[in-house]
Design a protein around this ligand. Structure first.
Ligand code: ZN
Length: 578
């Protein structure tokens, strides 16, 4: 399972030659066969296939967006053994009445089957799709094909499910690193959202990014506000007509729009490499969602920033939504709790995410999260503050929720507190000098750190965990922070990516224009021509000949032949800075 798989990585290297040799003995004309890629991302198939074709691979797709004529042409290329890689959706492959289609594919010689977004097969994954469960039957229809499953986000449990459900024989599980060192993670407690957004966007002038929101209404409002502020921002959500949505996605991919404001409906498989920031204006429903959505930043390996802006209300809203849809199961509940733990977490964000996916953390301080950059306002004497809170939880007999415990601690003599006699407790008003939001924040941090637990449905109450009981008795220490805001006056590090651009920025812009022109001519998104990293290398190294191009990152023989001259000309005619 590769962290950032692309269509290129799932292309098998030498399989066609292997297949040829085994068929030669029969005396029949050897079929080279093809690789079948099962992908739920119908809207992206065309781009993926276009990208492969630019790279010289005979690729095609079959889905419901095509006309019967277009589909016939693809079927003919399969019959004639001219297609090397075919994308199909799971519905087409295992849906009702698909048996004939599978028989047809088998006759055309399926050698290799790749299941993309394979986490969809597991109910412990974050995007369970029942039709994915039926993919296991492919094993019977294509006994000779090798099976491969790919996902960017799978915990150990999900990986086990994938192997099991797909009936992989003696499966080899490859886990890439979940660590994305070029991303800087920050978490903010939601205050005045627009002010918070302004601060973040000021760090990214002229750069592109995605803002995820919890509701369609919020998407529309924020997109409009951002346009008023002079940003090229477009909305994207499931309530927009298909053609508007497609047009907005395209504008973002073609770099005509800088910012997409979207609900989570946006971006499965989005492959724009120079996304410099991903902001969540509310919390997603699982760390998997967060990793996947935030992971759309910085795919070119250059520094990018991911900010989660959340409040406790986000989790209440998710809970209600899941309950309404009958999806509030043990697994979704656990994922939601894990997300809450990340948001209120009191340690390195990189480490939290990496360990969540079961990978050991080997680096020390990451140098690229709010926690390690020391942007958070640490609370003096945190352990004492924590003990006051834990003791209050004990005083109310571990029988009340977060809001009530916070009220007692700040000394709020409301009806409930008075009626229960909690205004008489020794812990009443122990933290009255602290802002109420800060006290609620400390309690969330103690939950996230495992000193307190929230238990019970539907009104969870606070309980001491064994670690919490020990801390209360004077064993151990803990660190709390006051507010999740970057400390004023600190340098705004834009990540610690190792790649620092040392070329001529004007030349880089010239090369971008060349890329845009080539992309428009071919009707493909710019990144299909070259990623930003490649353009940066070109601007730094200023290659003079086609031969020099071989040393440039991301330039293969086919691309050098197709696009080399256009870029070399631009470099030649651009005056070298003195
Ligand atoms: Zn860190």
């Amino acid at each position: 399972f590769f962290k950032q798989k692309t269509a290129y990585e799932i292309r098998p290297r030498d399989w066609s030659s292997d297949v040829c040799s085994s068929d030669l003995d029969t005396g029949a004309p050897a079929r080279r066969g093809f690789a079948l890629v099962v992908s739920p991302l119908i809207s992206l198939m065309k781009d993926q296939v276009d990208g492969l074709r630019v790279d010289g691979v005979d690729a095609a797709y079959l889905n419901s967006t095509q006309t019967p004529d277009e589909r016939d042409a693809v079927m003919a290329s399969l019959r004639a053994d001219r297609c090397r890689l075919l994308y199909v959706s799971p519905e087409r492959l295992v849906g009702e009445g698909s048996q004939g289609f599978r028989r047809f594919l088998a006759r055309c010689g399926v050698r290799f089957i790749a299941i993309d977004e394979a986490h969809c097969i597991s109910q412990w994954g974050h995007d369970f799709r029942p039709e994915y469960r039926q993919l296991g039957q492919l094993r019977d229809d294509f006994p000779g094909a090798s099976f491969h499953a790919f996902t960017a986000t799978a915990t150990e449990r999900v990986r086990h499910d994938i192997v099991h459900e797909l009936k992989l024989r003696d499966g080899l599980v490859l886990v890439g690193s979940f660590d994305r060192p070029n991303l800087t993670y920050r978490v903010l407690r939601r205050g005045t959202l627009r002010k918070q957004l302004e601060t973040i966007l000021a760090r990214h002038e002229g750069e592109s990014g995605i803002v995820y929101c919890g509701s369609r209404r919020e998407v529309e409002e924020l997109a409009e506000w951002l346009r008023g502020e002079g940003h090229e921002a477009l909305p994207y959500h499931a309530g927009l007509p298909d053609e508007v949505r497609a047009a907005h996605q395209e504008a973002f991919l073609d770099e005509r729009a800088d910012i997409i404001v979207a609900t989570v409906a946006f971006g499965m498989g989005i492959d724009r490499s120079n996304v410099r920031f991903v902001i969540h204006a509310s919390a997603p429903r699982s760390p998997e969602h967060y990793q996947q959505e935030a992971g759309r930043a910085g795919r070119d390996g250059l520094p990018a920033e991911c900010v989660l802006i959340y409040s406790g209300a986000d989790f209440v809203r998710w809970r209600q939504m899941l309950e309404q849809n009958g999806e509030f199961t043990d697994s979704t509940k656990a994922l939601l709790r894990d997300m809450e733990r990340y948001a209120a977490g009191t340690r390195c964000r990189h480490r939290s995410l990496v360990e969540y996916f079961g990978e050991p953390w080997a680096r020390g301080e990451c140098g690229a999260c709010d926690w390690c950059l020391k942007e958070l306002d640490g609370v003096a004497d945190s352990t004492t503050v924590a003990r006051k809170i834990l003791s209050c939880v004990a005083r109310v007999r571990q029988n009340y929720g977060l809001a009530h415990v916070a009220d007692v601690l700040i000394g709020k003599a409301n009806d409930k507190v008075v009626a229960l006699g909690h205004a008489e407790l020794s812990t009443f008003g122990l933290l009255k000098s602290e802002p109420p939001a800060a006290v609620r924040g400390y309690i969330e941090q103690l939950v996230a750190g495992g000193w307190l637990a929230r238990e019970g449905e539907p009104y969870p109450v606070l309980k001491l965990t064994p670690a919490g009981a020990a801390l209360l008795k004077g064993e151990g220490e803990c660190e709390l922070y006051r507010e999740l805001q970057p400390v004023k006056g600190k340098s705004r590090t834009r990540g610690q990516g190792s790649t620092v651009f040392e070329g001529d920025p004007e030349l880089f812009d010239v090369l971008r224009a060349v890329r845009t022109k080539l992309a428009r001519e071919r009707g493909v998104p710019p990144y299909v021509i070259f990623h930003d990293t490649t353009l940066k290398h070109l601007a730094e190294r200023r290659p003079a000949t086609l031969d020099d191009l071989h040393d440039i990152y991301g330039v293969g023989a086919k691309k050098a032949a197709d696009f080399g001259d256009a870029f070399l000309d631009a470099i030649r005619t651009h005056r070298k800075p003195l």
